[in-house]
Design a protein around this ligand. Sequence first.
Ligand code: NAI
Ligand code: 13P
Length: 336
Amino acid sequence: MTRPVKTAVFGTGSWGTAFAMVLADAGCDVTLWGRRAELADAINSTHTNPDYLPGVELPATVRATADVAEAAADADFTVLAVPSQTLRGNLAEWAPLLAPDTVLVSLMKGVELGSAMRMSEVIEDVTKVGEDRIAIVTGPNLAREIAARQPAAAVVACRDEAVAQRLQVACHTPYFRPYTNTDVVGCELGGAVKNVIGLAVGIADGMGLGDNTKGSLITRGLAETTRLGHAMGADPLTFSGLAGLGDLVATCSSPLSRNHTFGTNLGKGMTLEETIAVTKQTAEGVKSCESVLDLARRHGIDMPITETVVGIVHEGKPPVVALKELMSRSAKPERR
Ligand SMILES: NC(=O)C1=CN([C@@H]2O[C@H](COP(=O)(O)OP(=O)(O)OC[C@H]3O[C@@H](n4cnc5c(N)ncnc54)[C@H](O)[C@@H]3O)[C@@H](O)[C@H]2O)C=CC1
Ligand SMILES: O=C(CO)COP(=O)(O)O
């Protein structure tokens, strides 16, 4: 008899926990690693994650631990779900303990500050594992909705299609439908930049602007994401798929999105400090807007919405002024 697929999920936040549930529902053996032993104990004794997904019952087969070696041992898939800006430091500690042939899977949607690296690049840089053993899972997957087992599609991307197919099987459930893709650059960029556009749409919502503004920001946001992706070697069609448009629509429509909510608070007039103080979870776009703009400059790409978000979030520009500047740029053809 073949043994079940063994998975380790690093990060007991909302998405790490919800994805652990998906893997368990798909029949995998799951160990969830978290920094705090008390939370791991609470997960094991109550089969809930009271801090990040209160009220959601987890399958009894999800076991939590605060011991890295215990979680990592023999894992076929090692799933990483920590904030993008801490990944490098976390992985440096974990790398010696990872199972030798494990596939590393990023759930993260950010770009590293300073290096402007995507998460799969950080993983490759720290662990020296080849890109054929690094995969990502992305798409319109708000953790709370997945935890409620509401139907959603996703993308599992890996340069090695056979690896993507193995991961697809490992996380396929009646409510979670993963598609494979080999365009890792495009899928990963779609997930990271949609957080920045989600901030922009949230700001507009907070300012009391309506659906024309939202539709315009989503569409032009996708256009600038695609421009950057094309320059970075991604397939432009990826951005009309789940990792691009799909995720953008979910994030920009949902009050569950932390990036959207963060933007709404700024648009209502809260300061950055006040907004950070009321944000209990990771809103990746807040830091990644700067690294996405860095990427755009490195590739010589114009990303006006991203630049506007950086202006509001990090340069203290009032949203009304920033929006006026965005709208008064010179007129141009749509496909540019
Ligand atoms: N929540 C969601 O709906 C989705 C989130 N994502 C992505 O998943 C990633 C993780 O997000 P969430 O789980 O939602 O965030 P979260 O804020 O709910 O949880 C973050 C987790 O990382 C841990 N953590 C924080 N600092 C750490 C450090 N220095 N070292 C180790 N662990 C640390 C926290 O204790 C917590 O367990 C992000 O990149 C996010 O963009 C992707 C899809 C959906
Ligand atoms: O990535 C997400 C949904 O796919 C979650 O978005 P937030 O991080 O903005 O909550």
